[in-house]
Design a protein around this ligand. Sequence first.
Ligand SMILES: Cc1cc2nc3c(=O)[nH]c(=O)nc-3n(C[C@H](O)[C@H](O)[C@H](O)COP(=O)(O)OP(=O)(O)OC[C@H]3O[C@@H](n4cnc5c(N)ncnc54)[C@H](O)[C@@H]3O)c2cc1C
Length: 410
Amino acid sequence: MDNTSSTLVITGGGLVGMAAALMFHNRFDSVRVCEKRSNPLSDSNYSNRSLQLVISARGWRTLDLLGLTDKVKARTLQLKGRYKHETDGSEHPEPYSRDGQVICCVSRETLYKLLTAEVLNLDNTTVHFDTEVTGVDTDNCTYFTDREDTPAAESYDFMIGSDGVYSIVSRQLNGESGINRVLETNSYREIRINHAPWAADGFHYWYSDRMMIGSFPVFEGGFSLFMVLERADIPLILEDPESDYLETRFPEIVGLIPDARERFLEAADGVLGSVTCEQWHAGNHTVILGDAAHGILPFMGQGLNTGLEDLYVLNDFLSEDGLKSGSSLSEFAALRRPQADAIRDISMEQFRYLTGKMSNEERLVRKEVDRHLELNNQPGVYASCAFTTEPFSDISRRFRQLADKYKMQE
Ligand SMILES: Cc1cc2nc3c(=O)[nH]c(=O)nc-3n(C[C@H](O)[C@H](O)[C@H](O)COP(=O)(O)OP(=O)(O)OC[C@H]3O[C@@H](n4cnc5c(N)ncnc54)[C@H](O)[C@@H]3O)c2cc1C
């Protein structure tokens, strides 16, 4: 890298891209962030799906490095556990940890606006909103955008591709054949209510044989609800005006939100899936991070936290003027890929558990594992992921070994 005038280009100024600019801006002479959407601070129509995000130990570790912990914490709600709601109206608390640890929940929009405002204050950083990166030539360290007022190709010294699950940088590194997308057949839909019918110190959930509804309290007021159901069930459960499925299986929800069916039907149909990439970097100058490298199912609340952990780890590889001499991006990728794979698998297992896709045998084994952990006063898999920074691969190995032990006893 030419140390006299170095440019960091960040493709995709979402949550991870903005955090990357804050983390690395002082290692380069100039930083350019290209974000295809508009500036959330000046766009009055700005809104985003997945209203609530849970920040756990890994996320806080990175936010600490950025000096943002207090600012973010001031906008979060503390959740001490889940509340499972039954059809008969009863409610069962399920603490996240045995020693009362809490996770924090923040609105995605609030966090994104906060990070964006911080980045816009940096002297050497320019954010090009409404700018889509349309191509990257990693051999020549150049990239192309859809802006008409810039040269056809611009150069970079170091590029971070944080452009999400359909990343153009990842496509350049991997081709379509090097990217494995596993898309679920479930639909994910969100609605927001302004009243607060449930305790605001926990995540609430309901489930039936065919679907689940979850609800997070919102710091700014009210609750955010999501529904996960098989796409094939939408005509029967949501579209058919004669259907009484929600009334009979989720009476509490319909009692509190009489137009729940219509609102969930109108809500955007989100796709759930995981993305795995073989190649995370080109040479020592282009790297993908966050969802661009590892999209995972959201049921452990670890997608963003894992992206923030990528930054925490990459920080050790970058010196004042670029990549530290003697270190390489292949070393970085070799550290991060097993972690991404492990949390992808853990999240997939949680998804299968919550949506009734596990066999009876798998459920029994899981019950036995939970009982063993409780008897031995050890944290469960969720608590291990949320409250510690233990590598996901170690957590996964521990739980697999335990599950194998109980499987053999079946
Ligand atoms: C329903 C749901 C709930 C979730 N809950 C949690 C949670 O509780 N905790 C948690 O840790 N994670 C959670 N996640 C995961 C989390 O949202 C993602 O991991 C996180 O948003 C990834 O950030 P990112 O910046 O890598 O990608 P993104 O947020 O997808 O940002 C990518 C950005 O790149 C831009 N972009 C894309 N292509 C281009 C291009 N060619 N040129 C320029 N810009 C481009 C996009 O406009 C976007 O702004 C959840 C996800 C979902 C779907």
